[in-house]
Every structure is written in structure tokens, then in C-alpha cells.
Unconditional design. Structure first.
Length: 309
């Protein structure tokens, strides 16, 4: 089973005073994969933030796990009690957008289904500029020098082969259509990426993503759906959230695919997850998730508890 709890703390201050906030997420899970014995794991995620003013803040991220896309420790193993700071960065947020520099997050807000792990890091600078007509331009320059969490804050230890560069344009077309297009350089590979999303009904979206590795003629394709449908429990309406996708990744796509969330393997794959609320008053949810890639499959099922949402 998976058990999670979230604790938020913030202290009310005057506009000109420092403002400290923090968030703690604790999770226990049972992971059953077809190609290895089942295991029980736990995860701590800690997000401290110090607001220096209305626009400037200092942020960090501390989490269990020892790798870029690994944030769980295995219960009962004597050599997997890892806990490392993975990010430390300054953020400036204004009407124009935002700027982050230091050891920054991999995500920009909404995380793509198969993008770099949300627990990962990039050493460098991100600038997001809001444009007209609900569009934005983002530039990221830096390094993705290593995949070991204990070296995440090792500034300046990379080389020219670890350079990270990304330029992304994103836009909305009315209330139902949105898209992203980007040029990327990471992990010694060059990529072109495009994503399209269509909100076909209230709280329901289909999406398509294609990433072409142009220096190796390899491709990654993803198509999926996410949203909410209504079931019935004790003769009452019962909303259930879902997230499902199909993916195909060429074997020659490179190391980038291994740094995605919960990587299983290359080839044809898919994932289906459903979740809902057990108790709104107590912040208690349940979920069931099934992943498969070629001959490897996995089942995750459990509950999550969130406090002070």
C-alpha cells in the first residue's frame, strides 16, 4: 500500500519581512514488478522556501533516493537510506514570467507524461517570458552533469558534453487547444519535441507527444488521455480521475529516456491509473496503477493521505 501525508507551514508576516514556508510529503508504497521480487519502499520530499520579497525567493528540495529518477528507499535494505538535497536556486517571479538560477527543477509547471523526472535537477538558468495571445517562450541553459543525487549540488563539475540547452514555445488556441514545440540539447543528444493537447470535454484531455532525436534517427511517441468520469457509490455520484497513455521508444533514443519517471524499458509500453477520494474531510485518496513495457509489467496500488491541503 502507498501512504502519503503532506504538511504545510507558513508564518504570516508583513509585506517587507522574510516569509518562510515548507512542505513535507511522506509516502510508503508496495511495488510489484514482473521481473524482480516485490518490495516495500518509502519516500520523503521536503520543500523549504524563503520569500525574500514579493518577487524574489530562495528555494530548495530534499528527497530520499540515490538517483535522478529514483526518489524511494527500500524498507529492510541496510544500504539504501539515502536523503539528499537535489536543488538550491533563486527565483524571480514577475508580470513578465519567471527566472530561476542555481540547481533548478526539470519541470516548468505541468509535467509531460514522459518528460524528465520531476525529482531531477539541472544546474543553470531558466527564463520564461509571457507573450501575447496566451503564449510563452522559455529558455534553459546549463548542465545535466550527473545522475547521482549526492552530487546534485556539485556546481561546475561537468564538462562540455554535459551541456543542457532548451528553447520552448508554448501557446493556447482558445479554451480547448494548446501546443508546445522545443529544440533541446542534453545528454550528448539533439532533440526536436512537439506536444499537442485537446480538451474535448470538461476536465477531459487527449494529448500527443513526439520527440525526434535528430543526431541518431531515433524517435519517441506518446498518445494518451487524462481527466475525470463519474461513477456511483452508495447511490451517490462518485468522481474518478484517470490517466492513461501508450508510448513507443526506439532502442537508440539514448540515456534521456532512462531519466523519465518510473522508467521500465524501451519499445511499446502503456500505463493506466485511476484514483479517487475516500474521505474529503480527512484528505484520504486511493489509486490503482498498471504499467507495462514489452515483457515487463508492474502494479502499484494504495492510498494517499494529505494534511493541510
Amino acid at each position: 500500500m502507498i501512504l502519503g501525508s503532506v504538511f504545510n507551514y507558513s508564518k504570516e508576516t508583513n509585506a517587507n519581512e522574510l516569509h518562510f514556508s515548507q512542505k513535507l510529503d511522506i509516502q510508503l508504497r508496495y511495488d510489484n514488478r514482473s521481473n524482480r521480487p516485490s518490495r516495500e519502499q518509502y519516500r520523503f520530499r521536503y520543500y523549504p522556501s524563503l520569500a525574500l520579497s514579493k518577487t524574489w525567493s530562495l528555494n530548495s528540495f530534499v528527497v530520499t533516493g540515490d538517483g535522478f529518477s529514483s526518489s524511494h528507499n527500500t524498507i529492510g535494505s541496510s544500504n539504501t537510506d539515502y536523503l539528499y538535497a537535489r536543488r538550491l536556486y533563486i527565483r524571480h517571479q514577475g508580470d513578465y514570467g519567471k527566472t530561476e538560477f542555481g540547481v533548478i527543477p526539470t519541470y516548468k509547471g505541468r509535467v509531460s507524461s514522459t518528460g524528465l523526472s520531476k525529482d531531477g535537477w539541472i544546474t543553470g538558468l531558466r527564463h520564461v517570458r509571457h507573450l501575447q495571445n496566451n503564449s510563452a517562450l522559455e529558455v534553459v541553459i546549463g548542465q545535466l552533469a550527473n545522475e547521482q543525487a549526492n552530487h546534485a549540488l556539485g556546481f561546475g563539475k561537468g564538462n562540455s558534453g554535459d551541456n543542457y540547452f532548451e528553447v520552448e514555445y508554448s501557446a493556447r488556441m482558445g479554451q480547448r487547444h494548446s501546443y508546445e514545440a522545443s529544440i533541446e540539447r542534453m545528454l550528448r543528444g539533439d532533440f526536436l519535441r512537439a506536444e499537442y493537447r485537446f480538451n474535448y470535454a470538461t476536465n477531459n484531455t487527449v494529448f500527443f507527444e513526439n520527440v525526434q532525436r535528430i543526431d541518431a534517427s531515433a524517435n519517441k511517441f506518446v498518445a494518451g488521455m487524462s481527466g475525470e468520469f463519474s461513477g456511483t457509490f452508495l447511490s451517490l455520484p462518485y468522481p474518478i480521475e484517470y490517466f492513461a497513455y501508450y508510448s513507443y521508444v526506439d532502442d537508440g533514443f539514448g540515456q534521456r529516456v532512462e531519466l523519465t519517471e518510473d522508467f521500465l524499458g524501451t519499445g511499446h509500453g502503456g500505463s493506466v491509473e485511476i484514483s479517487s477520494v475516500l474521505s474529503t474531510q480527512h484528505g484520504l485518496d486511493w489509486f490503482v496503477r498498471v504499467d507495462t513495457v514489452d515483457s515487463v509489467s508492474r502494479l502499484l496500488a494504495g492510498i494517499k493521505l494529505s494534511l493541510n491541503r
